[in-house]
Design a protein around this ligand. Structure first.
Ligand code: ZN
Length: 203
């Protein structure tokens, strides 16, 4: 006998979440339907809330519930001459936790990955280049992308595009101290702070 239809439907939705397999999704669906209905209704409210309020910042594409600019872009104390480029808002928040970085960001929402059919036009590279063209105060771009083949080729692609613009902008990346294959999201604040301070130029 299979689980009732509505629980199966719910479980199927959970199984499309990153890192959730069919066993865990069944368990969560059952837990919410029988054991913790209060949590189920809170989840319902939270999901409605995020889908209604969360949008992307007009400037850096970070997540925000503000009208046009996120809190970082809107903050007069941040150094607008340095932009740290990240793949997703998760890396942005890991770097914010270090308390070390006072510049602003640009969230690409992806990484160039030919095997997955993701080219430069699928992520927010054009938007970054437009920012650089329209704001002559920008002096440095730091790549905070994960140290793997896709991260490196994305940094290189953007660096070449910036060179073509012929602007006086330095491109750097987090120091090589970050082990290859590791992920910025899971790095300690100390390691991240160090790699920010000791950043290298992108050739
Ligand atoms: Zn922003």
């Amino acid at each position: 006998m299979a689980l009732p239809r509505s629980i199966r439907d719910l479980s199927e939705r959970f199984s499309s979440l990153p890192g959730v397999g069919p066993k865990l999704s069944n368990r969560i669906a059952l837990y919410l339907s029988i054991s913790n209905r209060k949590l189920a209704s809170r989840l319902e409210d939270s999901l409605k809330d995020v889908t209604a309020k969360i949008r992307l910042c007009d400037n850096c594409f970070n997540v925000t519930d503000n009208e046009s600019l996120c809190e970082i872009c809107d903050d007069g104390q941040r150094d607008k001459s340095i932009i740290l480029v990240v793949e997703t808002p998760l890396e942005l928040y890991s770097i914010e936790e270090t308390g070390e970085y006072k510049g602003v960001y640009h969230v690409l929402h992806g990484i160039i990955s030919p095997v997955n059919g993701i080219g430069p036009d699928e992520i927010r590279i054009r938007e970054l280049l437009s920012r650089l063209k329209s704001d002559s105060d920008i002096k440095e771009i730091i790549f905070g992308l994960n140290p793997n083949l896709e991260g490196d080729s994305t940094s290189l692609y953007i660096t070449n595009e910036i060179k073509d613009l012929d602007l006086d902008i330095k491109t750097t990346r987090l120091a090589k101290g970050i082990p290859t294959g590791s992920s910025i999201e899971y790095m300690s604040s100390q390691t991240l702070s160090d790699s920010l301070r000791r950043r290298d130029g992108v050739e």
